[in-house]
Design a protein around this ligand. Structure first.
Ligand code: SF4
Length: 473
């Protein structure tokens, strides 16, 4: 893994910056509400959608529990079909493999379809360092590549960009004729990308699923660019996280129905491509197909019986769209390439909890993510698990953390001592007389509670405790 993989800065600071920016705040609000509403309508059309989720979960569970078997089967099937399998243990190895394939093919240019693994390992930087030009061809990824940013959402990377900002970027980098008409902006991108598809010697894609039985890489999309990336250049490289495996082709229908509806509210995305080996005689397609199977932290999660469930994720983005925290602070505040509730699990797992110890706390634990997850991952439970891991990996000198620990130790002690609890509650009620007004505390002067009242009011303690009222009754 390279040092540059993660850019965890200050989630509080970056989140506050999003909240303070009315344009950004509205972009996140309106887009997530739209995707959330589309999902609701789409799943309402399917009787027994919940049963479908159970089936998807069970299939994922079985696959992840037997991943060694399915990985072996998949690798054999790919090779049997004429493809070449590469195993990469970390991000640096993924980059080395891809750069090597591109250099051997003597290509100067690479077209890339949307791949979160590619983002995760910062493939574009590695290609750039090797003197190879890489162009993103997914419209959202194309936009953020021009802007020099990371994706703000798993399925909608440019969710935070307005039409005006896209027009500015296109005017500066692609075509000087400025337009604000969405169709014309899309046409500008299409013209620029068509040329790249024809020129590029290598196409790099991700994979939504990888079918062990047949060695098939499955990609889904709405724009058609993945199909171009994977079929027009002479060489196709698919970056496949090892958790993308599904056992059989007959299982695919379940996941396609779950993914489209949960992610964007579509019955099916516009294009579903099943790529099974390079071209054969009298067929179109790439001359070579390489599949890079990527670990980069996944095997560590697989070895942890608690966190293993995280690997069921099919990257639909539904948990982001429903999460009250993501909706407010936006994708970039999470620091890594994955954001929202699943990002708060994946980033600490893949990069080490010490690099991202704030992320599991970026949740109200309301459970909305678990409610919408098509494979029913118990995200709040996993976040709680990571929170305790984070405490174990905390820097000992952190002032905030020491006071936090002390507060919770005192709290735990008081909860176990009825007399102390009773006295503490009485004392707190007395002290709050200084700051409480009409049932609310608007400002707590002492840190760390002052951080809470900086943004919102705190409910005052009731004048009588439950025990006291109970006694009277
Ligand atoms: S955790 Fe569930 S809801 Fe979130 S992206 Fe993954 S599959 Fe979708």
């Amino acid at each position: 893994m390279t040092d540059t993989l993660i850019h965890i800065s200050d989630i509080h600071q970056d989140g506050a910056a999003t909240i303070a920016n009315p344009r950004l705040a509205e972009a996140y609000r309106s887009s997530t509400v739209r995707l959330f509403t589309h999902r609701l309508s789409a799943i309402a059309e399917v009787p027994g959608f919940d049963r479908l989720r159970d089936l998807g979960r069970e299939l994922k569970r079985q696959t992840i529990e037997n991943l060694d078997f399915y990985l072996g089967q998949f690798a054999d099937s790919v090779e049997r079909n004429g493809g070449k399998v590469h195993w990469a243990s970390d991000g640096a190895e993924v980059c080395r493999i891809v750069v090597d394939i591109v250099q051997k093919s003597a290509a100067q240019e690479v077209v890339k379809a949307k791949t979160m693994v590619g983002e995760e390992v910062e493939l574009n930087h590695a290609l750039d360092a090797a003197g190879i030009r890489a162009v993103e061809t997914d419209l959202g990824e194309f936009i953020i590549q021009l802007a020099g940013e990371r994706p703000a959402h798993i399925v909608a990377p440019a969710i935070h960009k307005t039409r005006e900002e896209v027009a500015d970027l296109f005017e500066e980098h692609v075509d000087p004729r400025r337009t604000l008409v969405p169709e014309e902006l899309t046409a500008i991108a299409r013209t620029a990308l068509r040329e790249m598809f024809q020129k590029a010697g290598v196409g790099v894609s991700g994979a939504n699923f990888a079918v062990a039985e047949t060695g098939t890489v499955v990609t889904i999309e709405n724009e058609g660019n993945i199909r171009m990336c994977t079929t027009v250049p002479r060489v196709h490289i698919a970056l496949v996280g090892i958790e993308k495996l599904i056992p059989r082709l007959s299982d695919l229908g379940i996941f396609l129905r779950l993914l489209g509806r949960s992610g964007t509210g579509q019955k099916l995305t516009t294009y579903t491509s099943l790529l099974t080996g390079p071209r054969r005689e009298h067929e179109d397609g790439p001359e070579q197909m390489h599949v890079v199977l990527v670990d980069n932290g996944r095997i560590k999660s697989l070895a942890d019986p608690k966190m293993r469930e995280m690997l069921y994720c099919i990257r639909c983005g539904a948990c982001l769209n429903t999460c009250p925290v993501y909706r407010k602070i936006g994708g970039h505040a999470y620091g890594g390439v994955y954001s929202g509730p699943i990002g708060a699990l994946v980033t600490p797992e893949f990069t080490g909890i010490g690099n991202a110890r704030e992320l599991p706390f970026a949740s109200s634990l309301c459970g909305a993510c678990r409610e919408v997850c098509p494979v029913k991952i118990n995200i709040p439970d996993l976040l709680l698990h990571l929170r305790s891991e984070a405490q174990n990996h905390a820097p000992q000198k952190s002032g905030g953390l020491v006071s936090e620990r002390l507060t919770f130790r005192m709290w735990a002690w008081a909860m176990r001592n009825p007399t102390a609890y009773k006295l503490g509650a009485r004392l707190a009620r007395l002290v709050q007389l200084l700051v409480a007004r009409k049932g609310w505390i608007h400002k707590i002067p002492a840190y760390p509670a002052s951080r809470w009242t900086k943004e919102r009011d705190f409910p005052a303690l009731a004048p009588q405790s439950f025990r006291e009222r109970w006694k009277k009754m």
